[in-house]
Design a protein. Structure first.
Length: 421
C-alpha cells in the first residue's frame, strides 16, 4: 500500500512538472518573441495608441498567466473562450483591407496564446497560485477611458462628422475616379486621389500616406495649407481660416495628432463631447445670396437655415443646414453647397444615412452672419456671435441637386428682425 502511495505521489509530481514544463516551453518559444519584438502587435489595427499585446506579458510564464487570470482575461475551465483571445481576434468591421493586412499577425498571436493558455490551465499549481499584487499586474499604462478614446473606430466617427461631412469642398478634384481627378492624376500623379470611395478608406489612406498630415505641427498639414492656398493649390482657395471647412478639418487633424502622439494620459485629458451636437451630412445642394452689400466684400459670411414645421406652426428649434464662405462684391454673390444637419438619433439622420441627403421642399428661414471684424481669421475656433448677425429672410424652396439647381435669395431681402427661432 505504501508503495502505491509513493508511486501515486511521484506520478502527480511528474504530471504537474510536465504541465508546468509544457506551458513554460510554449511561453518561451511563442509568447516571449512577441514581448521582445520591436514590431507592434495586431492591436494597432484598432488602437492608435495606449495599448499593445506586449503590455499584458511579463518576463515569466507563471507571472504572465497569473496576471491575465487575476484581470479576468482567462477562462480556467474553457481556456479557448478566454477574453484575451477574444481581444486578440477582434478586427475592424469597417475596414476589410486593414483586416487582411493584420490577419497573419493576429492569427499567429491567437494560436500562440491559445496553446499556451491550454497548457497553463491544465496545471493545478498555476490555477490555484496566489494572486499577484495590483502593482505587479501587466496591463496598459493608460486607463480604459483613454484606450477606448484612442481606437480607430472612434477616430473614424469624428472623421465622418468633420472631413467626410465637408467632402464636397474637395471631391471634384480629389475624389478617386472622377473625370477631373483622372486629368489631374495624369498631370500630377496618384497622390492627387486622396479621397477614396468611403470615409474609412479615405482616413486609412491619409494615415498611412502621411504626406498630407503633420502630426508634430497639425496647423502646418498640407491638408490645411493647400485649401487655404498658403501652399500652391491648383484648385484655388477653398478655406478661410475659421470657416466651417477649416474648423472641421483642423479639429480632426488636431485630435488625430494627440492620439498618435499618446498625449492623453488620464480620462480628464479627453475632450468633452456634446450630446446635443448635430450630425453633419455633405450635400450637393447649392444656396446663393445675390447682390450682397459692398461692406461685406471678402468677409466670411455664414448662412443657417431653419425649416418651417407646419404641424406645430413654428420654425424648428435646430437648424437643418449651414454653410459659410467668403463674400464677393465683385461677382455680386455669396454661394456655396449646404452642409445638412440632423440630431444623431433622429429619423431625419437615419434617412439621410440610408441614402443621399436631401432637403424637403417648403418654407424656410435663412439667418446670415458676417464676420466684419475678421475675428475668425485670427482665432480658428471662434464662432459667429449675435453682433455678427446681419439679417434673416423667409423663402419658399424647391430644392434641386447640383449647381444648376441653386436656390437664390436676394441679400436685400434680409431684415434685421429679432433673432429667431
Amino acid at each position: 500500500m505504501l508503495t502505491r502511495w509513493i508511486c501515486l505521489g511521484a506520478w502527480l509530481v511528474t504530471s504537474v512538472a510536465t504541465a508546468d514544463d509544457a506551458a513554460t516551453k510554449v511561453f518561451e518559444q511563442r509568447i516571449q518573441p512577441i514581448f521582445q519584438s520591436d514590431k507592434p502587435s495586431s492591436c494597432v489595427q484598432c488602437h492608435l495608441a495606449g495599448v499593445d499585446l506586449k503590455n499584458y506579458i511579463k518576463s515569466s510564464s507563471d507571472d504572465t498567466f497569473r496576471s491575465l487570470r487575476d484581470q479576468g482575461l482567462v477562462s480556467l475551465d474553457k481556456p479557448e473562450q478566454s477574453k484575451i483571445l477574444k481581444l486578440i481576434n477582434m478586427n475592424d468591421t469597417d475596414n476589410a483591407g486593414a483586416n487582411l493586412l493584420h490577419a497573419k499577425t493576429r492569427e499567429a498571436e491567437a494560436a500562440a496564446f491559445a496553446e499556451w493558455l491550454k497548457a497553463c490551465c491544465r496545471d493545478p499549481r498555476l490555477r490555484n497560485a496566489p494572486k499577484l499584487a495590483a502593482a505587479e499586474l501587466a496591463k496598459p499604462a493608460r486607463p480604459n477611458e483613454v484606450i477606448r478614446y484612442d481606437r480607430t473606430d472612434r477616430l473614424l466617427e469624428l472623421f465622418e462628422q468633420n472631413i467626410w461631412g465637408q467632402r464636397h469642398r474637395c471631391m471634384v478634384c480629389h475624389a478617386e475616379g472622377s473625370e477631373q481627378n483622372r486629368k489631374l492624376v495624369e498631370k500630377n500623379g496618384e497622390q492627387v486621389s486622396w479621397m477614396k470611395k468611403s470615409a474609412a478608406e479615405t482616413m486609412t489612406y491619409l494615415i498611412r500616406s502621411k504626406h498630407l498630415i503633420d502630426i508634430e505641427n497639425p496647423e502646418k498639414s498640407l491638408l490645411l495649407l493647400k485649401p487655404l492656398k498658403e501652399v500652391d493649390h491648383g484648385g484655388g482657395k477653398k478655406f478661410l481660416k475659421g470657416d466651417l471647412g477649416y474648423k472641421d478639418f483642423r479639429a480632426w487633424i488636431e485630435d488625430y495628432a494627440k492620439v498618435v502622439c499618446d498625449e492623453h494620459t488620464m480620462a480628464s485629458d479627453l475632450p468633452k463631447s456634446d450630446p446635443r451636437q448635430l450630425k453633419q451630412f455633405s450635400s450637393e445642394i447649392w444656396f446663393k445670396l445675390a447682390n450682397p452689400p459692398q461692406p461685406w466684400d471678402e468677409k466670411l459670411l455664414q448662412v443657417t437655415l431653419y425649416r418651417w414645421d407646419d404641424r406645430v406652426k413654428k420654425w424648428e428649434d435646430t437648424p437643418i443646414a449651414i454653410s459659410d464662405r467668403q463674400t464677393s462684391f465683385k461677382f455680386k454673390a455669396w454661394q456655396h453647397t449646404l452642409t445638412l444637419l440632423a440630431a444623431p438619433a433622429s429619423d431625419r439622420a437615419k434617412e439621410w444615412q440610408r441614402g443621399e441627403p436631401r432637403l424637403p421642399n417648403g418654407k424656410f428661414l435663412v439667418k446670415a452672419h458676417v464676420d466684419r471684424s475678421g475675428r475668425t481669421l485670427t482665432d480658428w475656433q471662434a464662432t459667429m456671435r449675435d453682433e455678427d448677425f446681419v439679417g434673416q429672410a423667409e423663402f419658399e424652396a424647391n430644392w434641386r441637386r447640383g449647381y444648376g439647381g441653386m436656390m437664390v435669395v436676394e441679400a436685400g431681402k434680409l431684415t434685421a428682425q429679432p433673432s429667431r427661432p
